[in-house]
Design a protein around this ligand. Structure first.
Ligand code: FES
Ligand code: FES
Length: 174
């Protein structure tokens, strides 16, 4: 058992967990954040995607210890006082999902893309979401939702979550 200290959706937290637990496990079973989904649990489906220091990672194959001292953003952290994130809004508007199980991971992967490349082409969107599987529906409306989020961001209406913004700035610095 170890005590992990990290920033979770903008708050400093301390969470005790067994050494072998994954980041997904401590979020769902210690922090009570069930928005991040447990799908395949072996790195194949993308349902558990979240941001670690602003970059998408698969939390089912990331050790909780790797989050120590770092910045974790989950789907819950994308909502701000001004409402849902633009990517969440565009997914909602597009009605592009059915059961919704894949949605948090899809949105987190899309959020990184929209921040880093708001001029993304359809091919780039497909590539960015290639690791996120949906068993219910076709992908066309999902791609359209991301294109819409890109367009709204280019027009100035798509502020990113804090962690994602920081990562983009770090990348720009080299
Ligand atoms: S639950 Fe992590 S990739 Fe499927
Ligand atoms: S909407 Fe059901 S898995 Fe994607």
């Amino acid at each position: 058992m170890r005590i992990l200290r990290f920033r979770l959706n903008g708050d400093d937290v301390e969470i005790a967990a067994p050494d072998h637990w994954t980041l997904l496990e401590i979020l769902r079973y210690r922090a009570g954040l069930t928005g991040t989904k447990q799908g395949c649990d072996k790195g194949d489906c993308g349902a558990c995607t979240l941001h670690l220091d602003g970059r998408s990672v698969l939390s089912c194959i990331t050790l909780a210890a790797d989050a120590d001292g770092r910045d974790v953003t989950t789907i819950e952290g994308l909502v701000s006082a001004s409402g849902p994130d633009v990517v969440q809004d565009c997914f909602d508007e597009a009605g592009c999902l059915q059961c919704g199980f894949c949605q948090p991971g899809m949105i987190m992967a899309s959020r990184q893309l929209v921040t880093e490349n708001p001029a993304a082409t359809r091919a780039e969107i497909k590539a960015a979401l290639a690791g996120n599987l949906c068993r219910c529906t076709g992908y066309t409306k999902i791609y359209e939702a991301v294109e819409n989020a890109c367009r709204r961001t280019r027009e100035g209406g798509g502020a990113a979550a804090a962690g994602v913004t920081r990562a983009a700035e770090d990348g720009a610095d080299g």
